[in-house]
Design a protein around this ligand. Structure first.
Ligand SMILES: Nc1ncnc2c1ncn2[C@@H]1O[C@H](COP(=O)(O)OP(=O)(O)OP(=O)(O)O)[C@@H](O)[C@H]1O
Length: 404
């Protein structure tokens, strides 16, 4: 019952042409490569009504000028990039200078915006009124930067600097590079977030009030979220080890009367800095006031099950989650073919599962319809944002669904 009411809500949508005109992109058809997105799929609905519905939905995300981080994640191929790009365009259109960052090594921001955003540097997105910058993190470039910042911090050098070079032969192969590579591919992502923190901390980027992350599929994302803890404890262990070695070295030099000074500076500072950055990343992920992880899914049992597991993991990690975007919902049609009718039944069943799922049922449901063309380019992303986020508030409780 609740699920079918949800679907009815999806059907209350708008004519593409009217929305296109209102958003100021009359040539939308041409720009999204292939005719109408939804003229045949959606029932007509007045823009006035849309505006009312839209006002309640997006206010919460767009309100407040303090900086907010939105991380969009979920199973592969469910529409994370499309939703992240669409949300970023929407923030920018509401006057928020925004940065959208892809931490997925298989980038598709450039494809989604239909612009070249590659190269591992922040690039302005064309066609949006407020500043919108996009960054496709290039893992190799990131690693190079970290390495060049850290310099050649091999364990041998570290021990040399401590006056223990004679023992270094045993350990000389260990270096920061190995440490960075050890947790690969997760380090790619943590390095990415760390890089973004650098960007947002510098005064040059302080005016950006919304940072949207398009994350890699679930497994990578979970690694990303747990890595700061992992590094924190690893770095602490290394620091403790270094202290022990320093103490042993002091004892050694006092016994044998060697005068050489034991230098405490250098590598330890590097590690402390790395630890500090990891802590910052971890804190950003868990800050309920500034951060929200938005799970993106599609109406299939496999995707819902994975979303449920993802939410359980995020909950354990204390990462704030409030919303679930159900993307690619088959919109209402007066005359379903057999195929559509079977899919629709299955979709209704799956939406019912969300309502019963202990992990997912408490989340606000954001519905995003399946459009009849690929979502590419700013106008199409604007359109997706328009038909995805209204009714947001209406759906966020079970009561909201059953009494609607
Ligand atoms: N609501 C929708 N209607 C129609 N097409 C969609 C919709 N959402 C996404 N798509 C299309 O589905 C494809 C995959 O979308 P997208 O790249 O956003 O998914 P993803 O989850 O980021 O994928 P990956 O896991 O590979 O990074 C794209 O071609 C996109 O245009």
């Amino acid at each position: 019952m609740a699920a079918s009411l949800l679907l009815n809500r999806v059907s209350r949508s708008v004519s593409l042409q009217r929305v296109g005109g209102a958003l100021g992109f009359s040539s939308l058809d041409a720009q999204i490569h292939g005719g109408r997105i939804s003229g045949t799929l959606f029932r007509e609905r007045s823009l006035a009504t849309l505006a009312e519905g839209g006002a309640s939905c997006f206010d919460e995300m767009v309100s407040a000028n303090q900086r907010k981080y939105y991380l969009l994640g979920g199973k592969g191929g469910v529409g994370k990039t499309s939703c992240a790009a669409s949300l970023a365009v929407k923030f920018a259109s509401h006057g928020h200078p925004t940065i959208v960052v892809s931490t997925d090594p298989a980038h598709s921001l450039s494809d989604s915006f239909s612009q070249d955003l590659s190269g591992g540097v922040l690039k302005p997105v064309q066609g949006v009124d407020s500043p919108l910058l996009a960054l496709e993190i290039t893992p190799e470039k990131m690693k190079e930067e970290i390495k060049s910042q850290a310099g050649d911090k091999s364990v041998k050098n570290m021990m040399d600097s401590m006056g223990l070079g004679m023992f270094a032969g045993e350990l000389g192969d260990l270096n920061l590079e190995d440490m960075l590579n050890a947790a690969s591919p997760g380090i790619d992502e943590i390095a990415a977030i760390s890089k973004v923190l650098q960007f947002v901390e510098s005064p040059e980027y302080s005016r950006f009030t919304r940072i949207v992350f398009d994350t890699a599929p679930t497994g990578h994302t979970l690694r990303l979220l747990s890595l700061p803890d992992f590094y924190d404890s690893s770095i602490s262990k290394i620091t403790k080890l270094k202290k022990k070695i320093t103490a042993a070295a002091s004892a050694f030099t006092s016994v044998f009367g060697k005068k050489k000074e034991i230098q405490e500076q250098g590598p330890s500072n590097e590690l402390d800095q790395l630890k500090e950055r990891m802590e910052k990343v971890r804190n950003v992920f868990r800050d309920v006031d500034t951060t929200e992880f938005v799970i993106v899914t599609i109406p299939t049992v496999m995707a819902i099950n994975e979303s449920s597991r993802l939410h359980a993991s995020l909950r354990k990690e204390n990462v704030p989650v409030h919303r679930l975007i159900v993307n690619q919902l088959l919109p209402h049609s007066e005359s379903d073919c057999k195929f559509c009718s079977v899919r629709r039944k299955e979709q209704t069943r799956v939406l019912g599962l969300i309502q019963k799922d202990t992990e997912l049922s408490g989340l606000k449901l954001v519905q995003s319809p399946l459009l009849d063309a690929e979502i590419r380019g700013v106008p199409a992303l604007k359109f997706m944002g328009t038909c995805s986020y209204f009714f947001l508030e209406s759906y966020h409780t079970k009561e909201g669904c059953t009494t609607a």
